[in-house]
Structure formats: structure tokens, C-alpha cells
Design a protein around this ligand. Structure first.
Ligand code: GLU
Length: 613
């Protein structure tokens, strides 16, 4: 398959020792004389320069992507290499056991294209899968639904990498997996975030034999500063590199994944209930990514491209922007602008809940949701001087004329059970191609189930379905369906050229994080560094706004006076009171690239450019 790179050229740079995948990219040449430890551990959250850029939450992943760019690979090759490395160093957030959404700007055609690599519900998943057969009552969300086989969807990540490389890459899958294989083999340095995430998951990781063995070696979470190796994952990557995606979607590994989902291998002493799931080898064999058009709206002279359903990212960010475009936020005080941002988010979330699900199963009115006239009518419910009582009602996409009429019906709130794991990366190359990619295994630590001897965790993505079955709900469980996502990889063009690419993890707060960063950058006069660092708040059509402590300190009194209730971020699953872990690249002026990652959230991120300035 597409072995199109000039391997000779790559070899000549000394960055790759041929296609021997056991000694992949960067194997020896990257080591300085004297054999100093080659592991990249420095995190610089901003990098400015030209010739290409990579930004992720992790220094190893960013370094892997950068090496690919330096060796002549393009943005897609580098994105896959970085993502595969995140599967090693961020195994609780992403990996081949999960899914995600890949957005690509093609400099040659000027078009934005996307790949929907979301997990699917197994074909045998019944609509009452979230009801405990023993009691006839719904499973508790935590631990039963989260830590179990029942929420494991058919993984789409590997198929996404393969498709992206086949469509737009210049490297083979084997080549793109090589840097990650190396990191898995030689190990990475454990930081505080990795240790803390392991500790946050300790009880459920102990519940599964293979997870305990992999992540709680010697009975404890890996110590900060120790080297964590994952030879099982290295071997899995090597096998895939040799045999292609069929080594994952068919044969022994497919059978093994199905087995552990249908009969989780729990430890003897665990008290956790771990319901069985439905994944079959056939589900894996039949899995297909979807190539589809991005959503597109215009916002103050920018074209904003996002992820279409099955993600609700593109429609919800887009609708909120369309509402906000009706107000000149730049002339308001920050508090007033934030009030508008929060209220527009709530309105867009109401429509997300009513209308968005997997378009292969339900009609999603994408065009109408993104119609300026619809936004004009939705804006009628936004009082510039007072927060509306939440939940606000959804709009009526079947009849609107952009003219304010009598107030609409009562709202309903979706139960928000989405978790806050996931990881995001942004890559640009010297040819002007751009990748924005968000990938996840859902909860930090996914289902908790490690595939025996293969070094990766399986997702619990199906918890993104509505937990209570309602035949009118677009996000109800249906076999083969993709659960609605909030992932919002976004690429913004100005005059047809990339201006900004950005995305974040954070469950349903992903939508508001991306929206808030866009407002910060486009309306509030912040630089992209300031836009990413600014304290965050998230209104998802619920009684209170989830906010970071710094946001509450800065804007709490003013927003409370406008009728908002603010509650500190953080939940039972994580010890951090923060929202998101974004990455972004801004383009220009000229060839200048400003790559940014978080300056402090999630232990801060790592941005890198090919030619630093
Ligand atoms: N499952 C979530 C989604 O697809 C992502 C989880 C997360 O960001 O932690 O929207």
C-alpha cells in the first residue's frame, strides 16, 4: 500500500534506519554522542516559526510528529505518527482501542475534508443494553456502565489512520507507526499527570487482570520520573505495520477483543460489577470509517469548518457562532461578551439535544441548524441583560423565519454523562496542509479493559448514547450506530487560506472550549496564546455554568449579577478542576506559524515548529 515516501531520502537524513520496524524512525541518529537519554521531556507550550508545526499535550508525540515533518512527511503522516505515539504516552485518553474525528485542509485543492472514525455500537447491542437484566433497573453510570464490556464500541482509530494516509498521506501505515513503536519499546518518562491519572483509576484498573498487570506493575501506579515501557503495544504496532489493518480488524486479535468484551477478565478480589458487552469479530470485520463533508459557517469574515454528525461539534459550535455574530462582542465589556457566549452555548446545546445523532440512523437537519435565519430566531431568546432560566427550549427547525415571535416551549436537559478524557493534536506542514484531529477512548482509562498481551485499553464510548432509551431521542441506542460525540476539531480559513486550527478534549465541554477560544481570539482581541490560556467556563443548557476557579474569581460576581450560577469544574472521575486541554496553530502573517498548547492544564502541552524563529 501507498509506500510513496522517498525512503532513500529519509534514510539519507539519518532519521530512519530503513524500513526495519524494530529500529524505526529516530532509532539511533537522534541520540547525541555520549548516549544521553534521547527521551523528549521538555514541554514548551508555544513555538513560533515556519516550515511545519506539531502541537499535542505530550512532548514525545510532538517530537514524533516533528521528526516526520523533518524527514519529508506531510501533515497527515505526522499526525498519524503523533497520534500513534499518544497511544503510547497517553494510553488512558487515546489509542487503537478508541475512535475520533480527523479534519484535513488540503493546500492543493483548498478544501477541508473529514474522516469520521467514531466507534459503532455492536450489531447485537439491544436497545435495553443499559438495563441490568438481574434487576430490571438501569445500570449505575459509574461504575457499571463505565467500567465494563457493555460500553465498548467497535474501535475506529486504526481505520482512521489507514484511511487518512491512503487519501492524503505520503507514508505507509508501517512507516507512520514506527516512531510510536520506538517510544513503546524504549519507554517514556512518567510525569505527574500520568501517575495521577493512574491513581484516579486505581480501583477499576485493579478489577481487570490485564490492566492491573500493565498499569499497576508492582502493585502501584508508575512513579514520577520512572520509565514506562509497553513492549506489548510495540509488538501490536509492529504486527499491524507488517500485516496492515486486517491484523486488527480480523483474525486472532479481533477474536481476543471480542472475547474480553463479552467476558471481561476480572481479578478474583474485585468487588466492581463489570457487565458483559456485545462486540463480535464480525463487528470488527465490518467496521468502516466515514468520509464526509465538514460543516461550514461564516463568522465575521472567517470560514469555520467543523465536524459533521455523528459529532455534534460542528453544528453546535457553528450554531452558537451564528447566534453570536448578531452581536458586536468586541464593543462589549468582557463580562457582557461572556454572558452572550454562555447564553448562545445554552441555546445551541438545546438544539444539539433535540436534533443531533448519527445521520445514518436519524435525520439530522444540519443545514437548518446552521442557517443564519434559524440563528436569528434563536437569538430572540437571548436577553443581553439577563441569563435565561435553564434549560432553554430547543428551536423548531421545521418552521422559522428569523423574526422574533412568542416565547417557545419549556426546555429539557440532556443528562450529561460525557467524560473529560480524550486528546487533541494540530499539525501543519511546509506545503500548507493542516490536520486537526481529536481522538479518544472516552473516559480517562476507557472501559478499564486492556486487551491481553496487546498493551492497549478498549474504549467505553457507548456511554455517549443517551442512557435512558426514548424512541424520539436522536441519540438512542441502535445497533451499528455511532453515539453522538462532542469532539470539535475545527479549521478556520480566511480568504480561502488557513487562519487557525484548533481542538480540545473535555467531553461535552469540548464544544464550549472551542467556541470560547474562537470568541477570545476573533472577538476579544486576544492572541492565540492568550485565547488558549484564558480561564474557561461551559454552559451546556444546565442550571449552572461549569467554570474553572480562575474564571469564577475573575467574572463570578458580574455574571452572577446577570443571573448565572457558577459551579467549579471537576467531577468524581478526575482530581483536576480544569476544562479541556486544547492545541492550536495560527497561520500568518506570511509563512509564520504560531503553534500553541496548554500553558498549565493537564500538566501543560508541547508545541514544536520545524524552523523556530
Ligand atoms: N466521548 C466524548 C465525545 O466523543 C469525548 C470524551 C472526552 O473528551 O473525554 O465527545
Amino acid at each position: 500500500m501507498h509506500l510513496r515516501t522517498s525512503l532513500a531520502a529519509v534514510t539519507a537524513t539519518g532519521l530512519i534506519s530503513g524500513l526495519v520496524l524494530a529500529t524505526p524512525l529516530g532509532a539511533t541518529a537522534a541520540q547525541p554522542p555520549g548516549g544521553a537519554d534521547p527521551r523528549p521531556t521538555t514541554k514548551a507550550p508555544t513555538a513560533i516559526g515556519k516550515g511545519g508545526a506539531v502541537t499535542t499535550v505530550d512532548p514525545e508525540a510532538s517530537a514524533a510528529g516533528l521528526k516526520v515533518l523533518k524527514a519529508g512527511g506531510n501533515a497527515v503522516d505526522a499526525a498519524v505518527a503523533a497520534a500513534a505515539t499518544l497511544g503510547v504516552t497517553e494510553p488512558y485518553s487515546a489509542g487503537i482501542g478508541g475512535g475520533g474525528y480527523f479534519v484535513y485542509y488540503n493546500a492543493k485543492t483548498g478544501k477541508v475534508r473529514t474522516i469520521d472514525g467514531r466507534e459503532t455500537a455492536p450489531s447485537k447491542m439491544p436497545q435495553d443494553a443499559f438495563i441490568d437484566p438481574a434487576t430490571g433497573k438501569p445500570y449505575n453510570f459509574t461504575p457499571e456502565l463505565v467500567t465494563s464490556g457493555v460500553s465498548v464500541g467497535t474501535p475506529g482509530t486504526l481505520a482512521t489512520w489507514d484511511k487518512a494516509l491512503a487519501n492524503w498521506g505520503t507514508w505507509s501505515l508501517g512507516e507512520a507507526l514506527a516512531p510510536a513503536t520506538k517510544v513503546a519499546t524504549r519507554g517514556f518518562k512518567v510525569d505527574e499527570t500520568f501517575r495521577q491519572q493512574t491513581l484516579d483509576n486505581e480501583e477499576r484498573f485493579r478489577a481487570f487482570k490485564d490492566t492491573k498487570k500493565l498499569f499497576l506493575r508492582g502493585g502501584d501506579a508508575p512513579a514520577v520520573g520512572s520509565i514506562f515501557r509497553n513492549p506489548d503495544l510495540a509488538a501490536t504496532y509492529r504486527t499491524i505495520a507488517e500485516k496492515g489493518t486486517s491484523a486488527f480488524y480480523r483474525g486472532p486479535l479481533a477474536r481476543l477483543m471480542s472475547d474480553v468484551v463479552r467476558k471481561p477478565r476480572t481479578t478474583k478480589n474485585t468487588k466492581l460489577p463489570t457487565p458483559k458487552g456485545y462486540l463480535t469479530p464480525r463487528d470488527l470485520r465490518d467496521y468502516k470509517v466515514r468520509s464526509q463533508r465538514a460543516t461550514k459557517i461564516s463568522y465575521r469574515g472567517h470560514d469555520v469548518y467543523g465536524m459533521a454528525p455523528s459529532s455534534s461539534g460542528g453544528t453546535t459550535v457553528g450554531e452558537a457562532l451564528n447566534i453570536l455574530e448578531r452581536y458586536d462582542l468586541s464593543k462589549m465589556t468582557t463580562e457582557q461578551a461572556l454572558h452572550h457566549y454562555l447564553e448562545a452555548s445554552a441555546l445551541a446545546f438545546a438544539d444539539r439535544g433535540k436534533y443531533v445523532g448519527d445521520p445514518a440512523f436519524v435525520d439530522v437537519p444540519v443545514k437548518r441548524l446552521l442557517d443564519d435565519k434559524f440563528a436569528a430566531e434563536r437569538a430572540c431568546s437571548l436577553d443581553p441583560a439577563r441569563a435565561a432560566k435553564k434549560p432553554v427550549a430547543a428551536g423548531d427547525v421545521t418552521s422559522y423565519d428569523g423574526v422574533c415571535g412568542p416565547a417557545s416551549a419549556k426546555g429539557t436537559t440532556d443528562t450529561d454523562t460525557e467524560n473529560i478524557s480524550t486528546t487533541n493534536l494540530t499539525v501543519a506542514d511546509k506545503w500548507g496542509n493542516v490536520v486537526e484531529y481529536t481522538l479518544t477512548i472516552e473516559q480517562t482509562g476507557g472501559s478499564g479493559i486492556t486487551v491481553p498481551g496487546h498493551g492497549f485499553l478498549l474504549n467505553n464510548e457507548l456511554t455517549d448514547f443517551s442512557t435512558v432509551y426514548d424512541a424520539a431521542d436522536p441519540n438512542r441506542i441502535q445497533p451499528g450506530k455511532r453515539p453522538r460525540s462532542s469532539m470539535s476539531p475545527t479549521i478556520v480559513l480566511k480568504d480561502g487560506k488557513p487562519f487557525l486550527a484548533l481542538g480540545s478534549p473535555g467531553g461535552s465541554t469540548i464544544i464550549t472550549t472551542v467556541l470560547q477560544m474562537l470568541v477570545n481570539r476573533i472577538d476579544l482581541g486576544m492572541t492565540i496564546e492568550e485565547a488558549i490560556a484564558a480561564p474557561r467556563a461551559s454552559q451546556r443548557n444546565t442550571a449552572s455554568v461549569t467554570a474553572e476557579p480562575a474564571f469564577i474569581d475573575a467574572y463570578g460576581p458580574a455574571l452572577t449579577a446577570l443571573g448565572h450560577t457558577l459551579a467549579p469544574a471537576g467531577d468524581a472521575f478526575t482530581s483536576a478542576a480544569e476544562i479541556g486541554a486544547a492545541t492550536a496553530i495560527e497561520f500568518g502573517p506570511g509563512k509564520r506559524l504560531t503553534a500553541v498548547a496548554e500553558p498549565s492544564r493537564r500538566g501543560k502541552g508541547a508545541a514544536k515548529v520545524v524552523d523556530p524563529q
